[in-house]
Design a protein around this ligand. Structure first.
Ligand code: URA
Length: 217
């Protein structure tokens, strides 16, 4: 993401209702031709915790709601494990329209949707974002974050937001035990950051920088 959504002047943001209206009639990339419904984000627009998925699947395309199908059941179960409900978090996707045959969104499709994601982040101002999948994590961090190395780690993005990359619930639906275990752990990690039980991405970055400057001295 090229601009920091947290530093955008709130006066320059579209009002929420207008943002949603614009999203629902968006034709900025070719995905509008094959979509049934636009899947705009959902949940608490003041949430401390945001989840960002890659793209709507079939159930989401039909209902117009993010994580409405089996992947959403996994998310709901793991939220329940830490005492949260869907209404207390905000859930959205990198792109709001289902790519044909459920393929990955292309770079230009992601680019076209970016203003909508950035404005949702700017409005919600989450403290923690859980990124579902390597593609989402890379877009939010602005650099590659290989999941086999860093799933569940806490990164600092947008000067103060903790980003936790994890696997896609869709992979868990398809039978990946590794994805299922990691997602459960990483939702719990997000809650622990929010509760102040473990360090934020910013805290960890500051510690790493202090260690580095000590070893340089
Ligand atoms: N997977 C996603 O990434 N998003 C959804 O909305 C559903 C499944």
């Amino acid at each position: 993401m090229s601009t920091n959504p947290m530093s955008v002047d709130p006066a320059r943001l579209r009002p929420w209702k207008q943002l949603e209206r614009d999203a629902r009639s968006c034709t900025d990339c070719r995905l509008w031709e094959s979509r049934s419904k636009v899947v705009f984000g959902e949940g608490d627009v003041d949430a401390d915790l945001m989840f960002v998925g890659e793209a709507p699947g079939r159930s989401e395309d039909l209902t117009g709601r993010p994580f409405a199908g089996a992947a959403g059941n996994i998310l709901d179960n793991f939220l329940g494990d830490v005492g949260l409900t869907r209404d207390e978090v905000y859930v959205t996707d990198l792109v709001m329209c289902r790519p044909p045959q459920g393929r990955r969104p292309s770079a230009d499709e992601i680019e076209a949707h970016m203003p909508y994601l950035a404005e949702q982040i700017a409005h919600v101002r989450p403290r923690v974002i859980v990124a579902f999948g390597e593609l989402v994590a890379a877009v939010l961090a602005g650099r590659p974050l290989p999941l086999e190395r860093v799933a569940g780690y806490r990164f600092d993005v947008f000067d103060g937001v903790t980003l936790i990359p994890t696997y896609r619930p869709t992979e868990a639906v398809k039978g990946s035990a590794r994805a299922l275990t990691a997602i459960k752990r990483d939702v719990a990690t997000a809650k622990a950051v929010l509760d102040g039980r473990i360090a934020t991405g910013a805290d960890l970055l500051a510690e790493a920088r202090a260690r580095q400057s000590q070893s340089d001295a």
